[in-house]
Write a protein that binds this ligand. Structure first.
Ligand SMILES: [Fe+2]
Length: 318
């Protein structure tokens, strides 16, 4: 061998390659980026070796990721669906939102939040265009960890229509519907009007749907309403409330159910006094849920708002 061409210096085995790639990233100046890249390579290589990925399977993975990218638009986020259905979103959520006892637990943000939802009055109806759902009143308080009411807290609410679709998936995707921002009164109370939340399948006409089908999984999510609850001086919480009667609570396609977020939607055949005041004449459902916020950390509030803005920006860039 000529000088400088020592064969032993080249990566010839599977483990040599892993070591060489790790070494190549060892000088990454940002320590957090270095940690992430080294962890990614270690686990990615270990995964490929463990399952002995074939070239055909590797190519299929490239095709799936390419197709996922092509499906993304301002109305569709296939990568968030992948993250959600693989349980990665919930792991990130759990790491990022370790809560003290008593604080409302968070759950996945999901791909359907939209900026610009309207400010709503006390008892305002987010379902004003939904003519088929059973009216539902959701009420409760926003409290601190000591049980004291938080006045002026904002509840950013979004929900699927009674046809199981979000406004962004419907015929007129540019019109906001089933969304609103509510504020608590001086007693920390809120009241919103909507329709009965329904279970719905996540969009399954793309690569995520193909994965669910191929692995014998269903795409259904239990009935829920999304909330981001925010107040000055407190950590905002991104969460859902779930209907206790839903058959998919045990098998949510995105693993987002937590026991503390399940509540009863009680059916009344004749309107309650509050429902009558709001002009509801037939059967109505009522649900009560109190949100408990913990004091703000240094950056928590920014994180929630940042997630909202970044999701919106993903769409506008598409
Ligand atoms: Fe949802």
């Amino acid at each position: 061998m000529p000088d400088g061409h020592d064969k032993t210096r080249h990566s010839t085995t599977e483990d040599d390659i892993t070591a060489a790639v790790l070494a190549r990233f060892a000088a990454t100046p940002d320590p957090r980026l270095k940690e992430i890249m080294l962890g990614l390579i270690k686990h990615l290589h270990a995964f490929v070796k463990e399952v002995e990925l074939t070239e055909a399977e590797w190519f299929q993975a490239i095709e799936i990721l390419t197709e996922a990218g092509k499906m993304c638009s301002d109305k569709r986020q296939e990568f968030i669906l992948f993250s959600d259905t693989l349980g990665a979103s919930m792991v990130v959520d759990l790491i990022g939102h370790r809560k003290p006892e008593g604080a409302t637990e968070s759950t996945v943000f999901g791909p359907f939040h939209r900026l610009g939802s309207p400010d709503m009055p006390w008892g305002g109806n987010i379902a004003h265009r939904d003519t088929t759902g059973i009216p539902a009143l959701v009420s409760g308080r926003v409290l601190d960890l000591d049980g004291k009411p938080i006045a002026g807290a904002v509840l950013d609410v979004w929900q699927a229509q009674s046809n199981g679709l979000y406004d962004s998936q419907d015929k007129n995707p540019d019109q906001l519907h089933m969304r609103g921002k509510f504020r608590t009164d001086s007693e920390g109370c809120y009241l919103l009007r909507t329709v009965q939340p329904v279970n719905y399948p996540i969009p399954s006409d793309g690569p995520v749907g193909a994965m669910l089908k191929a692995t014998g999984r269903h795409p259904w999510r239990p009935a829920h309403i999304h909330f981001v609850v925010m107040a000055d001086g407190y950590e905002a919480v991104t969460t859902h409330i779930f209907d206790r009667a839903d058959p998919y609570l045990e098998s949510d396609a995105v693993f987002a159910v937590k026991d503390s977020l399940i509540c009863d939607f009680a059916r009344h055949e004749t309107p309650t006094a509050e429902a009558a005041k709001l002009g509801i004449t037939g059967p109505v459902l009522t649900a009560e849920f109190d949100f408990v916020l913990k004091p703000a950390g240094a950056t928590a509030q920014v994180d929630v708002l940042d997630a909202q803005r970044r999701l919106a920006a993903l769409g506008t860039r598409a």
